[in-house]
Design a binder for this molecule. Structure first.
Ligand SMILES: [Zn+2]
Length: 234
């Protein structure tokens, strides 16, 4: 589960604590970038110490809605990515109509060790290849089922299967055959089924590969023992 603002963090963490197998990303969405001040980095750092907070996010750029000025979005994203690098945590990335800027940011030398979930990926094949080469992961959402989303399917067909995750983006992006309804997490099976068809594998293969990808990208979700095994972040 991703946060969109820091004042949601405690509620998200309580929800995580109430269920086994639920983790969250904590950060500030580009729509909310104006709510984040430089001093909030300390607050976010403290929140991310929680064992159920396994990533920074959802953070990113949204040049479609432009709810916050672009330079503010970029500054707030840079601060959060720097924190992710410092803490050895992955980041969950929102990116809309800002592909060029996003690739430039993620390919900076300072971000060489950063691993991201490009959530609800809708970039092109070239962007997918560039980010595959840098070790990133790709969130597959209900978009993969949309009749006109050939570009999304073409890019996802290029990504190594062990870098793909499935996601709901509830309440948005309800997959076919639930278009027009409020999305529900249970509908994610339609996303997985469409991905299986696209990749020519079974649904059980997608269950296995996406679960493994989740725990590779978010090692903190495996617990403290596993973190020791993979090596603590420098
Ligand atoms: Zn998003």
């Amino acid at each position: 589960m991703p946060a969109t603002r820091l004042d949601e963090a405690n509620e998200l963490l309580e929800l995580c604590e109430s269920e086994e197998g639920v983790w969250c990303a904590l950060g500030v969405h580009p729509h909310e970038a104006a709510s984040f001040a430089e001093a909030d980095v300390e607050r976010l750092r403290a929140l991310l110490a929680h064992p159920r907070a396994v990533a920074v996010g959802e953070c990113g750029l949204d040049f479609h809605y432009d709810h916050a000025p672009r330079e503010v979005q970029e500054r707030v994203l840079e601060l959060q990515l720097a924190l992710a690098v410092e803490l050895g945590l992955p980041a969950v990335i929102h990116n809309r109509e800002s592909d060029e800027r996003m690739v430039r940011l993620l390919t900076r030398p300072a971000h060489a060790r950063l691993r991201c979930d490009l959530h609800s990926f809708a970039g092109g094949i070239a962007m997918a290849r560039e980010l595959v080469a840098r070790g990133h992961f790709f969130g597959v959402s209900g978009m993969i089922t949309f009749p006109r989303a050939d570009n999304v399917r073409a890019a996802l067909a290029e990504v190594p299967i062990d870098r793909l995750l499935v996601e709901t983006d509830t309440p948005y992006l309800a997959p076919v055959p639930h278009r027009g309804q409020r999305n529900e997490p249970a509908f994610v099976v339609e996303v997985a089924a469409r991905l299986a068809a696209l990749r020519g594998v079974g649904l059980d293969d997608i269950e296995r590969t996406t679960a493994a990808a989740f725990f590779r990208l978010f090692p903190k979700a495996r617990g403290p023992a596993a973190l020791d095994a993979v090596g603590a972040p420098e």
